[in-house]
Structure formats: C-alpha cells, structure tokens
Write a protein that binds this ligand. Structure first.
Ligand code: ADP
Ligand code: MG
Length: 261
C-alpha cells in the first residue's frame, strides 16, 4: 500500500510544487494523474521513488517510510519501484531482451551482474514479460531498431521484471502518435492488472485516463482537486483541475462533448 501524508515540496527558488498532498492507494489499482503542465505531476512521482526529497510530510510504501531513508536505503528501495519514462530510457545498442534483463539486475548475484550473466530463472522472467507486452518476436532485436511504441513496451517489460511493489509512469505515451498511445496505454493498464501491481500514470490525455484507469487524481497548482472514479469527472471538476483552461473536445463519461471555452 502507498500512503502519502501531507507532502509538501518547495524548491529553493520558492516554487511550491506540491502543497499538502495526501492520498492512499492499494495494490492492483491503476491510477491516472492528470493536470496541466506545471501542476506538480512529475514532482509527485519523483518524491515516491526518492528522486525528489520532500520539504515536509511522509511517504510510505508497504509500511516502509521512503521519506526517512538515506541515499543508500533509497537505492535499495528502488528495486521495488518500477519507472517508465516518456523517452523510454533504453540502452539503444543492445537487444530488447538485454534491456528487459536489466530489470533483474538488483536480483542477480554479484558475480553474475559483473559478467552480465543472467541465469535461466531471470531469463524466463524477462521472456515472460516480453510476451506479456506482445514482443517476444523482438527479443533479439536491438533497441534502436524498434519503433517508439515497441520501445515503450520494452520499457514496460523491463519495469515489471523488477517485480515492483509500485509502477510509476511519467507521461508514457507523450512521444507517441494517437494510435500508438492507445495501444501502449492499453498494454500498460492490462499488464498492471494481470500482475496486480499498483500503478500511477501521469498523463495529459484525459480521454486515455478515462478509458484505461480505475481512478483519476486531478492536480492543480500542487493541490489534489479531484480523487475518484472516472465517472465523477464532470465538466465542473475538469474546470477546477485545468483552471478553466481545460482540453477541448474531451468526451466525458456521460458522453457530453465539451467544446472550447
Ligand atoms: N528542479 C526544480 N526547480 C525549481 N522548480 C521546479 C523544479 N522542478 C519543477 N519545478 C516547478 O515545479 C512545478 C511543478 O512541476 P512538475 O512537477 O514538473 O509539473 P508537471 O509534471 O505537472 O508538468 C512547476 O512550476 C515547475 O516549474
Ligand atoms: Mg511532468
């Protein structure tokens, strides 16, 4: 379980990126975090994996307090935190399989890691996860030969190969065209549900959030403006999240289509 209590992040330049954020989430939930650019979405994910220290408040993952850890403890804890980036962050010159195997590094024995050797059990997990994202046939292809959609699916396979307690994705489809965005979001949500991992996805396409996630958290200026089911995301709520600068043409759950304001 993830428990965030009264988290604030104030940057040295005085920007208050997160103001008193509190939320709880359970294994198996697939949650979209929406909000306009600068709302604090990336900062929130970065506090959860310890990349961004908090100014006050606490974050616990399965009872362990991430906000109380030192650098070495955070490095260790990150074994259980899968991360998917907008720009994939693959090692371009090696195979899809080798990229996915890097998700097993923390579990590999010292000498195995040094030699880049992964035994049968690690390879079986990597292959299973390539299969989950529909890329078994690409296992031996170099990452730089893959399409954007395939790269992001390799990144998803790598992240779940960590057997994470939580999977964090920061704008995972922002570099993909609309058709591939649907495909990759669909794969991400399906795989997350198959393995039952708590998943937080920062995403700016409200329609994809509504289509694929069970819960929506809307953030505006560092504050949670909405936290609930997709069905509760009314025009008023969207206006609060987007501060009257909401995306146009979004089909809301009641199928009403918002026009430009
Ligand atoms: N390292 C930083 N130093 C100062 N301000 C930052 C830093 N990172 C982010 N910010 C500011 O914090 C706010 C939240 O940013 P961010 O979390 O990246 O928003 P989002 O991901 O929702 O676009 C923005 O005003 C941004 O300019
Ligand atoms: Mg961001």
């Amino acid at each position: 379980m993830l428990e965030i209590n009264n988290v604030r992040v104030t940057f040295p330049n005085g920007v208050e990126a997160l103001k008193n954020i509190s939320l709880k989430a359970q294994a198996g939930e697939v949650i979209a975090i929406i909000g306009r650019s600068g709302a604090g979405k990336s900062t929130l994910l970065r506090t959860i994996n310890g990349l961004q220290p908090v100014s006050s408040g606490t974050i616990r993952l399965d009872g362990e307090e991430i906000t109380a850890m030192n650098a070495a403890q955070i490095r260790k804890a990150r074994r259980y935190i899968g991360f998917v980036w907008q720009e994939y962050n693959l090692v371009e010159r090696v195979s899809a399989m080798t990229n996915v195997l890097t998700g097993r590094l923390a579990y590999n024995s010292g000498i195995g890691s040094l030699l880049g050797y992964f035994d049968r059990s690690h390879r079986a997990i990597a292959l299973k996860n390539l299969e989950r994202v529909g890329l078994l046939h690409r296992a031996q292809n170099r990452a730089d030969r893959l399409s954007g959609g395939e790269k992001q699916r390799v990144a998803i396979a790598r992240a779940i190969s960590q057997e994470p307690k939580i999977l964090l994705a920061d704008e995972p489809v922002a570099s993909l065209d609309p058709e591939l965005s649907v495909q990759v979001m669909s794969d991400l949500a399906r795989v997350a549900r198959e393995i039952g991992v708590l998943t937080l996805i920062n995403i700016h396409q409200v329609e994809l959030a509504l289509q694929f996630c069970d819960r929506i958290i809307g953030i505006a200026q560092g504050v949670v403006e909405y936290d609930g089911e997709p069905a509760g995301l009314t025009a008023d709520v969207l206006d609060r999240i987007y501060r009257f600068d909401r995306p146009t043409g979004v089909k809301l759950p009641d199928q009403a289509v918002l026009l430009s304001v």
